[in-house]
Design a binder for this molecule. Sequence first.
Ligand code: PLP
Length: 454
Amino acid sequence: MTQTTSAPHHEHGTAPPAARYDAVVEAAVQQGLLGEGDPVAGFIDTEGVRASVGALHDAFAATPGVLHTFAAKACSLIPVLRLLAGSGMGCEVASPGELRLALEAGFPASRIVLDSPAKTREEIRLALALGVAVNADSLAELRRIDALRNPSTTSVLGLRINPQVGGGSIGPMSTATDTSKFGVALRDPGAREAIVEAFRERPWLTRLHAHVGSQGCPLELIAAGVARSHELAEEINGTLGVRQITSLDIGGGLPVNFADETVRPTYADYVAALTAAAPGLFSGHYALVTEFGRSLLAKNGFIGARVEYTKDAGGRRIALTHAGAQTATRTVLMPDAWPLRIGAFGPDGIPKSGPVVAQDIAGPCCFAGDVVAYGRELPELAEDDVVVLYDTGAYYFSTPWAYNSLPRPAVYGFRVAGPTGAVTFATVREPQSLDSIAAESGLAHVDALIERDG
Ligand SMILES: *Cc1c(COP(=O)(O)O)cnc(C)c1O
């Protein structure tokens, strides 16, 4: 039975996707990047990324010397990081792996900021030896830095605070709640005094860091957190009688609009909110560092996936595609928090038209919840069609989940040539091979658990 009208559950993001990437989807199918053999792939708009970086720099143009870093976790692919390095970005990293990627991509150590929440001594030692900036997440971590720091290090050293300004609409994305695991909880009893003391004891501690939250946090909340951080810096410098704090790392977290094509809020909106909440921030007294991820990449990428089968079950139409939890993890696990716009294309990569049908768009993973959209009204999908998951340039195909030993999908960058409209692709990451899956699943130790005699 085919439903054409019923109001589905979890209905989100039904605005028709713009035709912006139609030619790219068609070219990807025609050029064989998406097909039987490779049923899912990620795509990145190279020029779009450059334009987003340009918009960020333009918004802060009145403030010289801002170091804009890209939060590597949002798109942890070396060619993407190199594109960003070449576009004038620095890099925010939060693990030894991300640090390695940033270095391989060519970011100079002086433009890298290390924010890992659980830094090991080895990780701290390496960062200090390289001259990477380090934001300590706690007073305990500061004590480790005391022990490891060589006075000749060129690393800028900072302390992350949690301004405890509250959370946004997505709990797991809210880092400034009263009980968040991040930073030193500023409003806890005695915390302010302890932070001032920590700076007094360490003349080399010169930066305050706060990252209030990501998707779901309104601009005003983020700006309020930055304002608390700025006030604290003023208070510390005032109390110590010396401008010891010379820079503020104001984090990232600009939310992304997943409901339609428009970019909102913009970086200019963000700067306006900051100016309103903390006018002194732009006084020139503090060098600024930003750490944006999702807002730079999300709208500059999409996932394309084949429809392998369709079926009906209990009155619902289901399309079984290759885009599931392995590449759209957050959307599958938290469908209400992370709705995605979905486009329907034919086997030739051309947009489908015709009457819409409410369809569940399911993925290839073996658990019942592996569905990226419920009851989505789209032209009726059929075997060999292609679905597109828009706005997935950050935290989707670049952050795969190894569930069911599904391979990491290939990723391609694309450019659309001006007048001809010809689309060219560049491989960013090959699709993962079965050999690679076997290797990372312990192939080298195949006999490890077998009892052997003698
Ligand atoms: C994740 C993260 C960011 C980037 O957040 P987005 O929402 O992707 O902009 C910035 N700073 C820190 C410390 C982070 O953990």
